[in-house]
Design a protein around this ligand. Structure first.
Ligand code: ACO
Length: 386
């Protein structure tokens, strides 16, 4: 019998030097360095550059990259007009998908697919995702977009453009850590989508527009927003255990837990949990954290033996909420970080490109003949189940 790798599980289609995951021991490294060390000591800018270049940068290289990002922060007024013209009430991920596709129309280099061009476009996109997402958020809320500042870090500038107020150094650092934790994660659905598009020798904007589409689904990036919906639905910590037990009894999925690769704690969720705990200790916020603690306990007790543990999306929302970010923007913020991983992965893959084209086992009808429509009567073509 032919073996089908449903969901492409366990299928190896390329080599990569960027990210390593050991899902049974809960290990994640970028360029061989543990994620905990990146979170503790590095920045979004440094990790992005390290992945694009395949090694830790010198201080000169990092300063040059930072300056390049800053120089590319502003977006065309034409794009802001497009964002303003979007129908009311569209989800920010829909808006981001359209805005990124439009960015490609404004970039004279958009159709170039050499490594040099892909890298130059990557730098622009990494810089501009922040401006675009903040502009989408402000416009949806009936406010004017805020121009980027050139004296702030990527994380601080994003919060400034989003809230119209400079964040405290602690807030900026916390957000930077959250970005670092989300930058790359091997062959997840959105990165794979970006690579599949790139493998046809299509352009970077098409790759990233497709990746946004893949990320937006609730089984992938959309889970962070879904976790917050669930917390709001549960309401109080006392109701959490019963709510989750009922859900599991009904064979429904609990958002923010489970992972295709991790069969133990996702190390990113451990880092975020520590920060969420700090947030939890602040006045008025502790009920979210208490609900999450109860959910974690209930899920791990019941499904830990099946390898179901909290993933990165489980605690991220409580951290974002404390930074004044509402839940519709959690998935766009994921994209804000992951753009660097998407770009680095596309560049790495296309260095030795081969068109991605898997196959399916055909289970449809055979030996059929075309019947003219007027001759079909009640007679139907043999239908296959499923
Ligand atoms: N809640 C309850 N049960 C679960 C969950 C969950 N979240 N996830 C998996 N399971 C159970 C399944 O019901 C299944 O049980 P069965 O063997 O009795 O049928 C078993 O675990 C295997 O689950 P699959 O869905 O086949 O595993 P897969 O690898 O395809 O799923 C996924 C991974 C999609 C992430 C899944 O765990 C899930 O839906 N989680 C909730 C959504 C989520 O949090 N997504 C974010 C992932 S991280 C990220 O993208 C950043």
């Amino acid at each position: 019998m032919t073996n089908i790798a449903k969901g492409l599980e366990g299928v190896l289609f390329t080599e990569s030097k960027l990210t390593f995951i050991n899902g049974t021991e809960g290990i994640l490294t970028h360029l061989g360095i543990p994620i905990q060390e990146w979170a503790e000591s590095s920045t979004f800018e440094e990790l992005s550059l390290a992945l694009l270049d395949g090694g830790l940068p010198t201080s000169g290289d990092l300063a040059a990259f930072d300056a390049e990002l800053k120089a590319n922060r502003a977006v065309s007024p034409q794009l802001l007009e497009v964002i303003a013209a979007m129908p009311r009430g569209v989800h920010p991920m829909q808006a981001l998908r359209t805005a990124v596709s439009y960015l490609g129309l404004l970039d004279p280099q958009a159709e170039e697919t050499t490594e040099e061009a892909r890298r130059a476009i990557s730098v622009r996109m990494i810089a501009q995702f922040a401006t675009v997402i903040a502009a989408i958020a402000r416009t949806r809320e009936g406010k004017e977009p805020v121009d980027p500042r050139m004296d702030l870090s990527h994380a601080a500038n994003f919060l400034y453009m989003l809230n119209g107020k400079e964040p405290s150094p602690e807030q900026a650092r916390l957000f930077d850590i959250a970005l670092v934790l989300h930058v790359d994660h091997s062959m997840n659905a959105s990165t794979f989508t970006a690579i599949a598009i790139a493998s046809t020798l299509s352009d970077m904007y098409s790759c990233m527009t497709g990746a946004i589409g893949a990320m937006k689904g609730p089984l992938h990036g959309g889970a962070n927003e879904a976790v917050m919906d669930m917390l709001d639905e549960i309401g109080t910590p006392e109701k959490a255990a019963e709510y989750i037990t009922d859900k599991l009894d009904r064979k429904e999925k609990v958002m923010g837990v489970g992972h295709r690769v991790y069969k133990y704690f996702d190390p990113r969720s451990r880092v975020l949990r520590d920060y969420a705990e700090v947030v939890a200790n602040k006045e008025g916020k502790s009920h979210y954290y208490q609900i999450l603690e109860t959910i974690e306990k209930t899920v791990v007790d019941r499904l830990g033996s099946k390898g179901i543990y909290p993933n990165v999306d489980f605690y991220s929302g409580t951290v974002y909420s404390d930074l004044g970010i509402t839940k519709e923007y959690f998935t766009p913020i994921f994209a804000l970080a992951r753009i660097s991983g998407w770009c680095a992965s596309v560049i790495e893959y296309t260095r030795d490109n081969r068109l991605l084209r898997p196959d399916a086992v055909y289970t449809g009808a055979s030996d059929q003949h075309y019947v003219r429509i007027e001759e079909r009567g009640g007679q139907e073509l043999q239908k296959t189940e499923g």
